[in-house]
Design a protein around this ligand. Structure first.
Ligand code: SAM
Length: 423
């Protein structure tokens, strides 16, 4: 492995302060997805490294921070994510809506809900841990009404309504509003959170808030049509293997952090209430996230090329504390090696790849994630150009908690290229 560039400290918020006032401006403030990339980082990377006219791919797009910033900076973009809740918001946030379209969606919904006395029953375990029967009935009424209204609405109008429903699920539940995972804190219990909620009123309020943000964003494209933004739902490795567009010549992405975010758990209520994924797919879905600690770890194959001496050493140190965590970490890097391999064979030579990744501590051991990812990327032919380090301020990340889990307080950015001539 070649000598890595020395990481350079950077404060993206400060650097971009004249262009972006805060991380929740415009459509970025519509959702509360965990571990979102701050728009300032996305804008900076687009501005500094991506040649004009590029089509930018985000292989782990979440709710679309990179895609929104790409459109505002006039780049075409493609986003992929496994989580249908993430891609729902990414699609809504990158669609150009007119006020008439959004008003029509709300008014059709309004006409239908008057005749809808109840929705279809939800069938998942522990449902009453999270919702009162009354709240659940109201949520299912809204869901059923949207599916009826959808018959006379466009897909993008329907997605706007579903996103408004998904956005109120947590607020209407008994779970704390803070923190990525649903959890009923003492404070939430004492304040009777989720007990007497006017669900329909919350839905209308939220739809009108989302509408306002969408119109604000859409107004940026009045003079010139917006660049295209395509959103795909599924495992990024499958798309990279089979369906990547030859027009893509840049990637900006923030891959999942090892064992730090349980995307399944943090989205499970919304996925079910908005019926974004059938129940029979949930188990497989929950195990397909890169970096997850769900499922068996026995399928972690040994891939000799993936093993830098640093990674082998790390696995041995972790195994002394927790064999399972050693496997989780190992599996994460094996999966990321595969991602780099697929990126390298599907992108044009000369393409730029920016990876934003958190630095974890697992079982009390610091995981040098960016060094290890840099090693894997280099072994797939990438050239590391620059490394930045930014201190994470607030990204809906888990608080510092038990010592086995991933704790994140800083993130690194690897700026890499695929050499014109492969070595
Ligand atoms: C750090 S988050 C990305 C956040 C995003 N940059 C944003 O601003 O919203 C990582 C994302 O990777 C997704 N992910 C995890 N495993 C995946 C896989 N195998 N294929 C596609 N997406 C995956 C998760 O659903 C999550 O949305």
């Amino acid at each position: 492995m070649s000598k890595l560039p020395i990481p350079c400290p950077i404060d993206f918020r400060y650097k971009m302060r004249s262009k972006i006032s805060n991380s929740t401006y415009s459509v970025h403030g519509i959702d509360k997805y965990p571990a979102k990339l701050i728009p300032q980082a996305a804008r900076y990377l687009l501005q500094e490294y991506i040649p004009k006219g590029s089509t930018v791919l985000d292989t782990f797009c979440g709710t679309g921070s990179v895609l929104v910033e790409a459109s505002l900076s006039r780049f075409n973009s493609i986003g992929i994510d496994l989580n249908p809740l993430a891609t729902l918001f990414a699609s809504v946030k990158t669609t150009i809506y007119s006020e008439t379209e959004l008003n029509e969606a709300i008014s059709k919904f309004n006409n239908e809900i008057r005749y809808m006395k109840s929705g279809d029953t939800y069938n998942f375990s522990n449902i009453y841990t999270w919702f009162t029967p009354q709240v659940l009935n109201d949520l299912s009424r809204i869901q059923k009404t949207i599916s009826l209204a959808a018959k006379s609405l466009s897909n993008s109008q329907t997605r706007f309504l579903i996103a408004s429903l998904a956005r109120i699920v947590r607020e209407c539940s008994k779970a704390d509003s803070k923190g990525p995972k649903p959890f009923i804190s003492k404070k939430a219990r004492c304040s009777n959170k989720g007990i007497n909620v006017d669900v329909l009123e919350k839905f209308y309020e939220t739809a009108s808030f989302i509408k306002m943000r969408l119109l604000d964003y859409s107004a940026c494209f009045q003079k010139r049509p917006a660049p295209f933004s395509t959103i795909l739902t599924g495992d990024t490795r499958d798309f990279l293997r089979h369906e990547i567009s030859p027009t893509i010549n840049a990637i900006i992405t923030s891959p999942p952090y090892i064992n730090a975010q349980d995307y399944y758990r943090s989205s499970k209520l919304e996925l079910r209430i908005a019926r974004l994924l059938p129940e029979y797919q949930m188990l497989n879905f929950s195990r397909s996230f890169i970096g997850t600690d769900r499922g068996k770890m026995n399928d972690v194959s040994y891939v000799p090329e993936a093993a830098s001496p640093e990674l082998v050493n790390l696995r041995e140190r972790l195994a002394l504390i927790s064999k399972r965590h050693a496997k989780i970490v190992w599996k994460y890097f094996v999966n990321m090696k595969e991602v780099f391999h697929l990126m390298s064979i599907s992108l044009k030579p000369g393409s730029i790849v920016c990876i934003v990744v958190g630095q974890n501590r697992i079982c009390g051991i610091d995981i040098p994630t960016h060094n290890l990812l840099a090693f894997l990327a280099e072994s797939e032919g990438f050239k590391i150009q620059e490394i930045f380090v930014d201190i994470i301020q607030k990204r809906h990340l888990p608080p510092k908690r038990n010592k086995h889990k991933g704790i994140i307080d800083r993130e690194s950015v690897l700026v890499m290229s695929i050499p014109a001539k492969r070595i």
